[in-house]
Ligand binder design. Structure first.
Ligand code: PLP
Length: 457
């Protein structure tokens, strides 16, 4: 077989892709019809495809390339670490410097007494760890019946059996017999779609109190934890009303329920603080991390665990859990270098500076477009809700997501990556995006919305 390279004609690459590559979360019929777009290079916020188009990546890959593409320092670090110690594990009384240094750095950056890291290869794996960890914790505290974990409908916590069960994605639950037992769900704080005639504040309180109702229904002595994303990402960048998180925190405190903040998207600067929990004012016992931890350069995830949970689990003896790639030295070294750059380059400050007011004003202005209802932005993650009638917050007559998909396709044709979740359009660009690149993002988004509007009018 001839070597398969970037220089091959796109059609040939697409044919090989279709013949041998099973894609995640992809409409295979559409893929067979059109062929996948072949991405060949990345630099800053820009991608290049096999046809030479320069695409502005408004999604930082899958919300992960926080530092932007093409950072030499990270490539150098990976090469150096591979030469020095390409692999060793941290099972059975061993450790290595990259795992030690990264855990210490994460403990320094994480708020409160979140001082301990259990490594995984991804966000999904980390959430599977969390399921086992919180159950093990309660058993160690003499409460083995505290096993149920409460998540939220339309929450996303990954694709493993555990992660997908914690999540509340109905399309995922329809396949493969999910959720697994011992997981319950409550409603999401999505006022735009589900708030009806209520004020956002009242709706936020109502949704938070569903947690209390669920705890009482299941029995306080059976509930181990509540898991939620500080800002729902894959659910459509749903920002809870201001009343929501304080009430959730009160309920977790009152009933002694562990709070797990899934920071896989919101961690490492995305919301303008190191962690989304700081932006939302919550005090989780455990945080799930991945994605921005390494800016997506290498796969790595983990759970950051508070002192008390870590001490209880440690005192209980061996935690019979771990992954071959827990704390992989190359991944850990790259993540550490990524955190160094985020910190030394002041990237979190940059997020705050560029998000407010620069992006916020332009993003909010999109709400004047005839197709757009609410526009939401927290740091550098944003969404716009598409609607045929803003005042009524109405849905389109067509099947949910049809207009969103059309808008997403217009964006893609206009060399802008935006994602659609149903009829919401979302962005989460690399955190290093500059004002002039924000202008390009907004111009292309508006053009795509105009074209979508013209097509469905
Ligand atoms: N948790 C959240 C909040 C996520 O957004 C994701 C992925 O998008 C995951 C968990 C799963 O992470 P991974 O895809 O690395 O397994």
């Amino acid at each position: 077989m001839t070597a398969i390279t970037n220089h091959m004609p796109t059609a040939e690459l697409q044919a090989l892709d279709a013949a041998h590559h099973l894609h995640p979360f992809t409409d295979t019929a559409a893929l067979a019809r059109k062929g996948a777009r072949v991405i060949t290079q990345g630099e800053g916020v820009w991608l290049t495809d096999s046809e030479g188009h320069r695409i502005l990546d408004g999604m930082a890959g899958l919300w992960c390339v926080n530092l932007g593409y093409g950072r030499e320092e990270l490539a150098e670090t990976a090469a150096r670490q591979m030469r020095e110690l390409c692999y060793y594990n941290t099972f059975f009384q061993t450790t290595h410097v990259p795992a030690i240094a990264l855990a210490a750095k994460i403990a320094e950056l994480a708020p409160g007494d979140l001082n301990h890291v259990f490594y995984a290869g991804s966000g999904s794996e980390a959430n599977d760890t969390n399921i086992r960890l919180v159950r093990h914790y309660w058993a160690a505290r003499g409460k083995p019946d505290k096993t149920v974990i409460i998540g939220r409908r339309n929450g996303y916590h990954g694709s493993t059996m555990g992660g997908a069960s914690l999540g509340g994605m109905s399309a995922m639950h329809r396949q493969g017999g999910l959720p697994i037992p011992g997981i319950a769900h409550i409603g999401q704080p999505d006022w735009w779609s589900e708030g009806g005639e209520m004020t956002p504040g009242d709706f936020g309180l109502m949704r938070a109190r569903e947690l209390e109702a669920k705890i009482l229904e299941l029995g306080e002595d059976r509930v181990a934890a509540f898991i939620a994303e500080p800002v729902q990402g894959a659910g459509g960048v749903i920002v809870a009303p201001e009343t929501y998180w304080p009430e959730v925190q009160r309920i977790c405190d009152k009933y002694e329920i562990l709070l797990i903040a899934d920071e896989v998207i919101t961690g490492f600067g995305r919301t303008g603080n190191w962690f989304g929990s700081q932006t939302m004012g919550i005090r989780p016992h455990i945080m799930t991390i991945a994605k921005g931890l390494s800016s997506g350069y290498v796969p790595i995830g983990g759970s950051i665990v508070c002192d008390e949970v870590a001490a209880t689990v440690a005192a209980a003896g061996e935690f019979a859990h771990g992954y071959t790639y827990s704390g992989h030295p190359v991944a850990a070294a790259v993540a550490l270098e990524n955190l160094r750059i985020l910190q030394e380059d002041g990237v979190i400050d940059h997020v705050r500076d560029v998000a407010h007011p620069y992006l916020a004003e332009r993003w909010q202005a999109l709400a004047d477009h005839p197709l757009v209802g609410e526009a939401k932005l927290v740091g550098l993650m944003g969404s716009i809700a598409l609607t045929p009638d803003k005042a009524k917050r109405a849905r389109f007559a067509s099947e949910a997501g049809t207009v969103g998909l059309r808008a997403r396709e217009r964006c893609f044709a206009n060399d802008l990556v935006m994602r659609h979740v149903g009829d919401r359009m979302i962005i989460a660009p690399p955190l290093v995006i500059r004002p002039e690149e924000i202008d390009v993002l907004i111009d292309r988004a508006r053009k795509s919305l105009d074209e979508t509007y013209a097509a469905i009018k």
